[in-house]
Structure formats: C-alpha cells, structure tokens
Design a protein around this ligand. Structure first.
Ligand code: IMP
Length: 427
C-alpha cells in the first residue's frame, strides 16, 4: 500500500509538477489534495509542455486515475478550460475524477478576493485573485457549494438562493458594489454540472479500494509549507494546508497509510506575493536567477522574488512535513554563479537564532547568516548521475541534505523528465 506524499517545501513553485509527472509513470493513482487554480504546475514531457492548475500532474500517464480531492477548491470554468486544452493536445482525460466533496469557487469568491485585497490597501496579501481565500472561508463557514451539489439542480438552486442572499448583502452593504444575479450564476453552474457530471464521484471509496489493492498512490500537494495557514508566514499565507498532514485531510487517506513524504525544494528560494522572505536578493544576482530560470508566476505572470536557499525555513518545513526525502530542483539555474550562499541561521535583535519565527514582524527583522560555498560554473543539464556532477555541486547538495536533515532522493537539472538524477531511491 505505498503512498507517497509530494509536497512543496518552500513558498510554492518548487517544481512539484515535474516530480509528480515523473513518479506517476509507476503509479496507479494521483490525488491532488489542496489549493485550487492558484496553483500552476508545469510539466514538460515527451507529449509537450503543459501548465496545470487543477488537473493532477499524473494525467499524462495512461494507467493513472487522477483525482481532484475533497481538499481542493474548484473553479469549474477553469477546470473545463484546462480539460479542453489537454484534449486538444491529445491527452485523454477520461480518468479524471472529481471528489463530490470538493468545494466550488463561485463568481462572488473571485469578486470578494479582489475587494478584500483592495480594502487591505498597503497591506495587501498579494493573492492570486482566484477566489481561493473566500472559497475556503465559505467552506469553514458552512456556506460552501460542493461539486456534488451540481448533480441535483433543485437542491443547487435552494442552496445557492440562501447563500447568495447573504453574499449580495455583503457586496452591496459592505463593499457598495452591485449584486450578482442568482439566475445567471445558477444557469451557468447547471451547465458546468452537466459537463462535469461524469467525473464527479464519491472518491474515498475509490481511494480505499486502490489502497486495498496495494497500488502506488501519489498525493500531490499545491503551494508550499511556508504558505501554510498555521505554520507559514501568517497572514501572508494561502488558505489550505500544503503540508503532508493536509494530504490526509484533503484526500481521506489516513496518516498511517502514508509511507513516504517527499519535500520538493528549489536549489534556491523564490516567493510570489507579499510577506517576509529573509534571503531575498534585490540585486543583480536575484535578477540573474529570475531571468535565467524565468521566475514568473505560472498562474499570474508576476515576477517571483528570488533569493538564496534558506536552510532555517527549509529545516522547519522538513520537520512539520515529516519528510523522508527531498527532491532538489533547478540545480542547473545555479550553474553560472561563482559563489553560493546558504542561510544557516538568522540574526534577530542582535542574537543568532536557528528557528523559523512564528511572527512575521520577527521574521521581517531577521538578517540571514550565510555560509559561503564555491560555485561550479559548469553546465549540469546533461548530467544524469550524481557522481558525475562537479565536486562543488555535490558539496552543495550534500550540505543541503545535512541542513534539512533528510536525504535527497532526486536532483533536477532541467525541466524535462529526463533531466533528473536519482541520488537515493525513494524506497
Ligand atoms: P491565494 O492562495 O491566492 O489566496 O494567495 C495567497 C498567497 O499565496 C499569495 O502570496 C500567493 O502569491 C501565494 N500563492 C498561492 N498559490 C501559489 C502557488 O501556487 N505558488 C506560489 N505562491 C502561491
């Protein structure tokens, strides 16, 4: 019953899509468990280059059942668009299953995401504006509409009617904007329901059956540990848990069924949106990384903030995820740099600390304490064995392993499937 959870171990965009796509070759099921279409998972494989937001990255392997788990919030319009694009590229999406328990992103969520961000003025969170926060808010407030609700038009109308009365009051009386039309949204969501109905199922039974058959199941996370609402840089976080624990809640797989937790780290750090990032480089090195790695958001196109590897944050992430291994991606981006830095501690109020502070005010005040390593200044993109990497590159990876306290199973030296080094097997 092997289950591997694949989770983002920094601030998202670590390259989970590539890792899942590759591991899915040997899997029978991939379950996406959190977030929504705020995520952007890039996959480059022999079938082409794809940017997935909701569809699990296992969709390219013909034997894999791909489940959008109960922990994901789904914008049906975006999902249909994504499925159509995949079909146009010849990808079969008949194995896509949507949990009937997954909540839907509604037009008022997207509108409220923008209005809430505008009302935060200088303290905006820098959300992806996909309605994710408001959709998860409604889930907890018990005002959500779930995928399963699309299957019964009468119930949908009843539910939508009461929710929208409340939402329109909020829109008109608090934000002073025009109300949304119940009829338009209802008609639109009925159409989405007709289109998605063949995919909407009670997925727990499917997952339990796969577990019982001893199949390899991948849990695909979205975003990263440092955006977790509890352990991330709150309030500059997302709204669902990207942690391995979130994998249990977002799929219905119990903690005792997870065999391996693979944390995906970039060989450096990036962050998109607001909030502290102690190792951010607002200089030519940061710019060089951004341009070389094309560090622009897959979902929003925003330039990503780039910086040195933050091992304090990375170790914290390893601990709260219970990582059994790491995938270090984009090592090749560092090929050009003569010198590299790793943040091994922070200086806060004149004292050295080695933990990731809970308060963003403290984190904003943290100065990184760096360890310097020589760069390798050689092309690694064609290397497929760890021992063939330049000595300095091996030292860099070995040092990261020590600092995050888990072995690197995988090292990536480019976006394509084959640009991968297996350093130590996952099992
Ligand atoms: P939201 O998830 O759209 O509410 O955005 C909250 C924060 O999470 C913002 O800083 C976003 O930039 C960040 N975020 C959300 N999804 C991703 C992602 O997939 N990659 C990186 N950052 C993300």
């Amino acid at each position: 019953m092997p289950v591997i959870a694949i989770v983002g171990a920094q601030w998202g965009d670590e390259g989970k899509g590539k890792v899942v796509d590759q591991l899915a070759e040997g899997a029978q099921m991939v379950v996406r468990f959190s977030g929504g279409d705020n995520a952007g998972h890039t996959v480059v494989n022999p079938l082409g280059e794809f940017k997935l937001h909701l569809v699990p990255s296992g969709i390219f392997s013909s034997r894999v059942t791909c489940i959008i788990g109960n922990g994901v919030v789904i914008n049906p319009a975006r999902l249909i668009e994504e499925v159509d694009q995949l079909n146009q590229s010849g990808i079969d999406t008949s194995r896509l299953v949507i949990s009937s328990r997954a909540h839907l992103v509604m037009p008022y969520h997207i509108l409220l995401d923008r209005l809430e961000e505008e009302s935060r003025a200088g303290k905006a969170l820098g959300t992806t504006m996909r309605g994710i926060g408001p959709a998860f808010t409604d889930k907890v407030a018990r005002l959500g509409i779930r995928a399963g609700d699309l299957l019964d038009k009468k119930d949908l109308l009843e539910r939508l009617n009461s929710v929208m009365e409340y939402k329109n009051n909020l829109l008109t009386k608090v934000y002073g904007v025009s109300p949304l039309s119940l009829d338009e949204i209802y008609q639109q969501y009925c159409q989405y329901g007709e289109r998605l109905a063949p995919h909407i199922k009670e997925t727990t039974a499917l997952i339990q059956a796969a577990l019982a058959r001893g199949e390899l199941i991948l849990l695909e996370g979205a975003q990263g540990a440092l955006l977790d609402p509890d352990f991330g840089t709150y309030p500059y976080t997302t709204s669902s848990s990207p942690l391995s624990g979130g994998g249990c809640l977002g799929s219905g797989i119990s903690p005792t069924s997870i065999d391996r937790v693979l944390g995906v780290y970039k060989a450096y750090c990036t962050r998109v949106g607001g909030g502290p990032m102690p190792t951010e480089l607002e200089d030519e090195v940061g710019n060089a990384i951004r341009e070389r790695a094309h560090e622009y958001g897959t979902t929003t196109g925003r330039p990503r903030r780039c910086g040195w590897f933050d091992a304090v944050a990375a170790r914290f992430s390893s601990q709260i995820n219970g990582l059994t291994g790491a995938a270090i991606t984009r090592l090749d981006v560092l090929d050009i740099l003569p010198q590299l830095k790793i943040c091994v501690a922070y200086k806060l109020n004149g004292k050295s600390i080695d933990y990731f502070p809970a308060s963003v005010t403290d984190l904003e005040g943290c100065q990184p304490i760096y360890e310097e390593l020589d760069g390798w200044q050689a092309d690694t993109t064609n290397i497929r064995e760890f021992d063939r990497l330049p000595t300095e590159a091996k030292k860099y990876i070995n040092r990261l392993e020590e600092l995050i306290d888990c072995p690197a199973n995988i090292v990536c030296v480019g976006p394509a499937r084959e640009q991968t080094i297996i350093k130590t097997p996952i099992f």
